[in-house]
Design a protein around this ligand. Structure first.
Ligand code: ATP
Length: 436
């Protein structure tokens, strides 16, 4: 495909999945809005993550912490002092870049090769609380959701009566004042994260670290992402974040190259220890069996909803030749999304807007929408409507035609095979349930 990124960005806009924010004002470079299909896709991604991380496990519970926390949290977590990226400015065109993102120290804008000395730039977005904009009122929008799980560790552990090992999971917005937001929704200043802090006994951390790398990679495989486009990249000691003993990126082969999709880190006891020292509150764990008290180690898988969504779109996008009703072929665009992710599961299509057909088609729509997100589309030729649903990734189309009124059957068409089955209306929900 000539330019997959362009094809996906344009499909996302055309179909109301994701598009530039504030577009009527010329847009804001790093902000994107999600439209009707995007909203459903995001919900499905979150749900799939929550299901595998929390719902199907006995050892992980949920948390929703505040985005704006005490500024003391950021001092203790090390984000105030060390959450920096190296910023350089091109001496010719004066554009600014992240030094570690430059290839061969060449300006991507003008090709110049001389830059200012790197300056450490703190990535946290700052705000002021209350009416006075003075130093005492400074607060930060969280740059990761993780700190909520650390500062609330004891209250969650005791209220949920959890023994090690156990995890706390959270989904929510994070903010980073990225120097170079880029590549559609890949890198933005406002994004949503799905993070889990898994607390373990020190000494068992390396085993759990490998376990979570494996689990997280399988999650993508299970949701249909091409295996040959995913790989693991273990960090070199000199690139580790200030809190980490080891880190591995799950990378995806994006059209712009292999890049991080998800990070799994062994954060040791860095965070619990620092919050204990800074707050004076004891965040150790008491092991009832061994009667020992210690700081648990932490293994953290962390991924962005937006970045995962981009991967699911890129990986699912395909253009193929398909037969037309007139006996020729044309190109059909398909989003081959996994059924759990597909924004709309079923489309109900009356063959025409004929008065006799409509009530029956509406009844069929009522029947399926109680079980799934289902749409009703009666605009245009049936072939065009099938194509519209293919492009949105809808796994099943249900067509109600004149025969349906007599034989109480409908035609169910499957997205990938385009196979059509005639199904009694009374069996429709169970037929779809088996396949969804
Ligand atoms: P990078 O080095 O690319 O800036 P990072 O290593 O700092 O990223 P992490 O702190 O490990 O990123 O964040 C965990 C996950 O959160 C990332 O794997 C990614 O999926 C998501 N993420 C982080 N920053 C952004 C961003 N600016 N926009 C969108 N998603 C992001």
């Amino acid at each position: 495909m000539p330019d997959l990124m362009e094809a996906v960005t344009s499909l996302a806009k055309r179909r109301g999945i994701a598009f530039q924010s504030s577009e009527i004002y010329g847009g804001l470079r790093s902000s994107w809005d999600y439209g009707p299909l995007g909203v459903e896709l995001r919900r499905n991604i979150r749900n799939a993550w929550w299901r595998s991380t929390v719902q199907l496990r006995d050892d992980v519970v949920g948390l929703e912490a505040a985005i704006i926390m005490s500024p003391r949290v950021r001092a203790a977590s090390g984000h105030l002092d060390t959450f920096h990226d190296p910023l350089v400015e091109c001496l010719n065109c004066h554009q600014r870049f992240r030094e570690d993102h430059l290839t061969d120290r060449v300006c991507p804008n003008c090709g110049n090769t001389s830059f200012t000395e790197p300056r450490q730039f703190n990535l946290m977005l700052k705000t002021y609380l209350g009416p006075l904009e003075d130093d005492d009122a400074v607060a930060y929008l969280r740059p990761e959701t993780a700190q909520g799980m650390f500062v609330d560790f004891s209250i969650v552990q005791t209220s949920a009566r959890k023994k090690l090992p156990f995890g706390v999971a959270q989904i929510g917005k994070s903010f980073r004042n990225e120097i170079t937001p880029s590549n559609f929704i890949f890198r933005t200043r406002e994004f949503e994260q799905m993070e889990m802090e898994y607390f373990v006994e020190p000494g068992t951390d390396e085993t759990w670290y490998e376990y979570w790398i494996d689990r997280r990679l399988s999650w993508y495989h299970d949701l249909g992402v091409s295996k040959d486009k995913l790989r693991l990249r273990r960090h070199e000691p000199d690139e580790l974040a200030h809190y980490a003993k080891a880190a591995t990126d799950i990378e995806y082969e994006f059209p712009f190259g292999w890049s991080e999709l998800e990070g799994v880190a062994n954060r040791t006891d860095y965070d619990l220890r620092h919050h204990t020292e800074a707050s004076g509150e004891d965040l150790t764990y008491f092991d009832q069996e061994t009667k020992e008290r210690y700081f648990p180690y932490v293994v953290e898988p962390a991924v962005g909803v937006d970045r995962a969504l981009l991967v699911f779109l890129l990986d699912a996008y395909r253009e193929e030749q398909a037969p037309t009703a007139k006996g020729g072929t044309d190109t059909r665009t398909v989003l081959g999304l996994h059924r759990d992710l597909a924004p709309v599961k079923v489309a109900v299509l009356p063959l025409s807007r004929n008065d006799a057909l409509v009530p029956e088609a509406k009844r069929v729509h009522e029947l399926v929408r109680h079980a799934w997100i289902a749409t009703y589309d009666d605009a245009g030729a049936i072939g065009r409507r099938y194509r519209r649903q293919d492009e949105a990734g809808t796994p099943f189309c249900v067509t109600v035609d004149f025969d349906s009124l007599q034989d109480r059957q409908v035609t169910v068409r499957e997205r990938d095979t385009m196979q059509q089955d005639r199904i009694p209306i009374e069996n429709l929900v169970s037929f779809l349930r088996e396949r969804l």
